[in-house]
Each structure stands twice: as C-alpha cells, then as structure tokens.
Design a protein around this ligand. Structure first.
Ligand code: SAM
Length: 219
C-alpha cells in the first residue's frame, strides 16, 4: 500500500489538518482521542473522529470540565491529545472589537494565564500532564499560533517546541495551516501595528516517545 505524501502547507481547515496528522502519525486504527480545549468543537465538524470533549469552561457542551494542567484522568489513557489553547491577543476583546471572540477563543482578562496574549507559560504544565495521560508512542496535536502583542512578536511555536524537548517528548512534525475562510478580526488597537497580519497557524505533532516515527500497529 502506498500512502499519499502530504505537503507541509495546507490551504484548508483544521478538520483536514487533523485527518492528515492522525493518518500519518497515529499508530492505531481507532484512536482514543482527548480534546482538552474543546470549546464548541468547531474543528471536529464533519470529522469521522469523536473525541472526549473537555474544557475548563463549563459553558460548553462537554463530556467533562477539566484543566489541561491537572487532568482528571489516570495514566496512559489516550492515543491522541488535541490542544488548542487561546491564541488571540486580548486586543481582540477590546472596546471596539466584536466581543464574540472572547468566548469563541477562550480569552479572558482575569490574569489566569488565559489572556491569549502569550500562552507559552502554560505549555510545560500542559505537556507534563499530556505525557502522563498519553499512552507510550501517543501524540499531542497542538494548534499553535504566533502573535503580536504590545508591538512584539510572540514566538509561541518556538516556545512550544522548546517545552516539548524539555519534557523529553519528541517534536516530530509540523503542518502550516492557512484557512482561506479565516476571519479578519478587527480591533482599534491594531491600527498601528507594524507587523504582518498572521494568515496561518501551526499544527505541531509531539510524540510521547524517543521515536519520531512509529509503524501502524499490525503492519
Ligand atoms: C481556541 S479555544 C478552542 C477552540 C476549539 N478547538 C474549537 O474547535 O472550537 C481555546 C479553549 O481553551 C480553553 N482553555 C483555556 N485554558 C484552559 C485550561 N487550563 N484547561 C482546559 N481548557 C482551557 C478555553 O476555555 C477555550 O474554550
């Protein structure tokens, strides 16, 4: 059997990115999947996968409310953990912007690390838990976006890779997703920003293993 060799840049949606990454990197056929930042689960629309739906915010339709830095699960339960932390600057919730983004993307102004300006500070505590809850060779699929805050570029994908290495998991692949249907957020604070507008995000694969590639079980 020959497998299609997908490219690193996808002009498409998260659901397609998830399909590709699960096909290439997951070693089992019917993976046990945890989405630990589920929100309304937009990224699973039209997906054939049905993850366990967890979020810290009880507002959403979930299987359970939980914190990805202290997960309510025993060890080695999941083949895949999907991680999509808040990734919009709090400017998206500024006075003249549409407040809808606050809830949709989980950004808060509570000082609880969910401000979205830079969520890198949560990566290590998330990954410690992910490594515990993942089976051997299981994967984290992390949707990470760099952003500009206070006129400074926030290198969140670099911070994420560094955290994966620090925790002794293996960063094994990356897909750049450019969604042609992505919204163009408006904020009065962004008029004077002298950086390019982000038109992409990264899907990073981190494996709970020293190995980068694993064979499909049964092959
Ligand atoms: C960008 S949204 C996720 C969107 C989701 N992937 C979708 O497709 O609809 C980020 C989510 O992370 C959640 N979140 C933030 N901090 C969290 C934590 N410590 N534990 C679990 N969920 C958290 C927020 O409540 C928010 O719903």
């Amino acid at each position: 059997m020959t497998m299609e060799r997908y490219e690193t840049v996808l002009h498409g949606r998260d659901v397609e990115a998830l399909d590709i990454l699960i096909t290439i990197h997951c070693a089992v056929d019917n993976p046990n999947i945890l989405d630990c930042t589920h929100n309304t689960g937009k990224m699973w629309k039209k997906s054939s996968y049905k993850p366990i739906r967890m979020d810290i915010d009880a507002l959403f339709d979930l299987d359970l409310v939980g914190d990805f830095t202290n997960m309510p699960f025993g060890d080695k339960q999941y083949d895949i953990i999907v991680f999509d932390p808040p990734h919009l600057p709090i400017a998206a919730a500024s006075k003249n912007s549409s407040k809808i983004w606050e809830k949709m993307y989980g950004i808060t102004a509570n000082g609880d690390g969910r401000e979205g300006n830079n969520v890198s500070g949560m990566f290590l505590s998330f990954l410690k838990e992910a490594r515990r809850v993942l089976k051997q060779d299981g994967i984290v699929l992390a949707k990470i976006a760099d952003l500009v805050h206070n006129h400074r570029y926030q290198w969140q994908q670099v911070d994420f890779i560094n955290a994966v290495r620090e925790i002794e998991m293996t960063p094994c692949d990356m897909l750049i997703k450019c969604d042609p249907c992505a919204g163009n957020l408006k904020s009065s604070k962004w008029k004077n920003v002298k950086h390019l507008r982000k038109a992409h995000c990264y899907w990073i694969v981190a494996r709970n293993s020293k190995k980068c590639e694993v064979k499909k079980q049964g092959n």
